[in-house]
Structures are given as C-alpha cells and as structure tokens.
Design a binder for this molecule. Sequence first.
Ligand code: NAG
Ligand code: NAG
Ligand code: NAG
Ligand code: NAG
Ligand code: NAG
Length: 439
Amino acid sequence: MRRFRYCSSSLCVVGLTFVLVFWSSLGFDSLLELPRSGTAKTRLRTKRVLSVRDFGAKGDGISNDTQALINAWDTACSSPERTAVVVPADSSCLVHPIYLGGPCRSKVTLLIAGTIVAPTDPEAWYGLNTRKWLYIHNVNHLTIEGGGTIDGKGQKWWARSCKVNPANPCRHAPRALTFHKCNSLRVKDLTVVNSQQMHMAFTNCIRVSVSNIKLLAPSSSPNTDAIHISSSRGVQVTDSTFMTGDDCISLVGNSSEISIRNIVCGPGHGISIGSLGKGSSWSQVSDVTVDGASLSNTKNGVRIKTWQGGAGFVSRVTFQNMTMKNVNNPIIIDQYYCDSRRPCLNQTSAVKVENVSFIDIRGTSAKEEAIKFACSNSMPCEGLYLKDIRLLSSKGKRTRSFCWEAYGSISGVVYPPVIIFPRDGFIKKPGLSESYSLR
Ligand SMILES: *[C@@H]1O[C@H](CO)[C@@H](O)[C@H](O)[C@H]1NC(C)=O
Ligand SMILES: *[C@@H]1O[C@H](CO)[C@@H](O)[C@H](O)[C@H]1NC(C)=O
Ligand SMILES: *[C@@H]1O[C@H](CO)[C@@H](O)[C@H](O)[C@H]1NC(C)=O
Ligand SMILES: *[C@@H]1O[C@H](CO)[C@@H](O)[C@H](O)[C@H]1NC(C)=O
Ligand SMILES: *[C@@H]1O[C@H](CO)[C@@H](O)[C@H](O)[C@H]1NC(C)=O
C-alpha cells in the first residue's frame, strides 16, 4: 500500500490510496485503484503510476533529485502502457537542468502535485546551455498537471541581467519550461513562479492545450514572458493568470491557429504578436483569436510589432471582449519597431498586416494615445476592423488615436475616434492624428 496526497485544480484529495497489486521484476508496475466516490482523479486513466521517490528522490528541496526524475521519465517513456510520473504533494524536488526526450512508447502524464525547484545559483549551469532548465522535446501525447508548483528561483539571474543593471554583460537566462517539437500536449492545473527568463516556451509544437495555470514573477523581473509561442500551430490557452515582468503572451514567427480565451494579465507587457521581420526575415502569424482578457497596469494591451525590411504577413487576427485598466498602449500596431542600438533605416519591404479586428474593448489608458496604428508606408495595414471600443484616460484627461497608412472599417461606437477608410475609399491617405476632449 502506498499513500500519496495531492491537490487537483480545485479540490484537495488527501490520502488517496494507490494499491500496488503487483511489483514486477521490472519494478514499479502498479495498478491505480480509484476512489469509489469517483472524484476528479478518475480522469487520470493511467495504468502505471511511478513516484519519483521510488527512483530515489528525497524531495527535501536540498538533495539533487535530477537523476531520479530522469530515471522515472525514462521508465515511463519506454513503457508500453499509459504511465504517470508523480512528484508527490509533500515533496520538493531540486532539479538541475534536464532534458526529457521522446518519442515515448505511449502516453505519459507528469503529475506535479508537489514542487519542482531550480538551483538558486546560475553556477549550476556552468558548461551547460544557459537557455534551458526543464527542456522537453520530441514528445507526443504528454499531459502535465497535478496542482503543484514549478519554481525557477530566478532572483540571481535577474540581478545579473543587463536590463536590470546596464553594467552587466548581456547573457541568456534559462526558460523555465521549453517544449520543442511537441504534438498533442496538455498543460493544466499548474503554477510556475519566478522563472529565470520565459516561463513557458512552445517551439515547433502542434496541438497544445494550456488551461488553468498561473505564471507569476515580479513586475521588475527582466524578460520573464509568461507564454511564448514560436513556429507552432493549434495552440489554445484558456482560463489562466499571468503576472510577470514581460509579455503575458508573446507570439512570434510562423505560428497559426492560436486561441487565447479568458485570461488575466498584469502586471506585465501585455499580449504581443512579434516582433516579426527582424534582419529582413520572412515570417507569418495568422488565425489568432484573443477572446476574453482582462489586462491591468500593463505596458501594452494588444500589440503587433514588425521591423522595417521584413517580409511575410500577419493576418486574420481578432482581439475581442477585453477590459483594460491603466494600460499604457491599449491598442497598438507598430511597423517601425526598432529595438537596436543603431537607428533602423527606412526600408520599403515590410511584413503585411491584414484583417485584424478589435471588438468590444473597454477600459482605461495610462497614456493619451490609446490607439496607435503606425503602419508601413510601402505596405499599409488593410482590413482593420474596429467595433465597440471605449478607452478612456485613467488620469481623467483625454485620449486620442494615431493612424498612419491604416485602412479598414468601423462599426458601433469607437472612442477615441479613429478615422480609417477602406483601401479604395476616395480619401487615399487619412494620416490622421487628432485629440478629443472627454468633457
Ligand atoms: C545533480 O544530478 C545530475 C544528474 O545526475 C548531475 O548531472 C548534476 O551534475 C548534479 N548536480 C550536482 C550539483 O550535484
Ligand atoms: C518562418 O518560415 C520561413 C520559411 O519556411 C523561414 O525562412 C523563416 O526563417 C521562419 N521564421 C521564423 C521566425 O521561424
Ligand atoms: C467576456 O470575457 C469574460 C472573461 O474575461 C467572460 O467572463 C465573459 O463571459 C465574456 N463575455 C462574452 C460576451 O463573451
Ligand atoms: C525615415 O522616414 C521618415 C519619414 O518619412 C523620416 O522622418 C526619417 O528621417 C527617415 N529616416 C531615415 C533614417 O532615413
Ligand atoms: C482579408 O479579408 C478580405 C475580405 O474579407 C479577403 O478578401 C482577403 O482574402 C483576406 N485576406 C487574408 C490574408 O485573409
């Protein structure tokens, strides 16, 4: 008989009893007997349950539990039947930089009911890739859940960042969780705190569902994007809270079919598409929906940023049902993005921005300029659509909009007023910048 305690999304199940029916010579072969009352646990349709403790993990937060997790993963990943690796609720496992690779023989669940903590000292990365801490690659059908916490212990990394102290050299810091080349991934009921850099990065992934998670770091922590999506397709993020020092959602090159629903963001830098087109690169982002988001005290609300000289497109993007509270740039398209020490030269090629809708967005702006469309001279924004927008000043002042080479249409009440026309309209260049007084 073995006893585990762990918390699921809302209810805490204490003393769930797993009955080890037999212990095969290969070890750890167990059957999970579900409670008769049928709680949330019945969703864990797993034949084998492996506790990292059985692989030697101490779970005291001090001992090096890296090898135990690797061994438990390898056993699960090579198992012919669906297997769960459990970090029990009463344990805190110190894990050094780790690669968990696939493909696995069958579906794997990583059930984190306790805590996984990173080494506090960046020296632990000596001789290793400083971009990675928990690196999961080539895995199909992985579920990560359990109600537990992953703690990146990022404080020492932030202190040595050149963004925090310009005297420091600029160096990479690890992403807490990186998923590379994944297919059919579910991440739910999990908290990730104080990542060294980004909290969760998805690169080259397809079919990803992220729900009920919290990604938290102080607003002063550098580069701590909550969710970063790159070269991925079919990603859903729902019912989650992000409080960080950088973007809540950052969506970059070659990503499509992205759906973000019911999220809370702030502090942080907001929801960003881009930057795209850096160094004359080609990139596309398309079919993105953000529906239901509450942003407060963020540096941006919804932003699309592209470099001059790039190529490709951003198309079919909808931002709807959003509230903004004291947000610096609630709605912004910037095709003159330039985050380099040297000034960026004017160029004719650009990433095309087309068919972007802003619907039902209300709240307050920290700056006067609540809506900004700074589109490319050579490749104007087309098919912009604004409906039911009300962005007042959080300082009781006025708000205004700025439009440059922006074409599209408006319906309902849009405040601050934006004057854009269809591309074929008789006024070719609205180029409007106007101020309106609230009172
Ligand atoms: C912790 O364990 C891993 C895996 O065995 C090893 O690579 C690493 O060097 C260990 N770290 C320390 C500080 O002992
Ligand atoms: C996007 O895809 C194009 C074409 O396959 C490739 O050249 C480019 O490097 C990719 N960009 C990014 C940011 O991945
Ligand atoms: C708008 O989003 C909020 C969550 O941010 C949600 O509770 C509400 O139901 C949504 N409203 C509509 C009309 O979809
Ligand atoms: C780019 O174009 C803008 C507007 O036409 C102009 O004000 C600016 O001086 C130009 N910058 C350079 C580096 O040529
Ligand atoms: C943008 O919308 C217009 C009008 O619906 C459509 O004709 C065009 O194909 C769309 N462009 C893209 C890239 O989806």
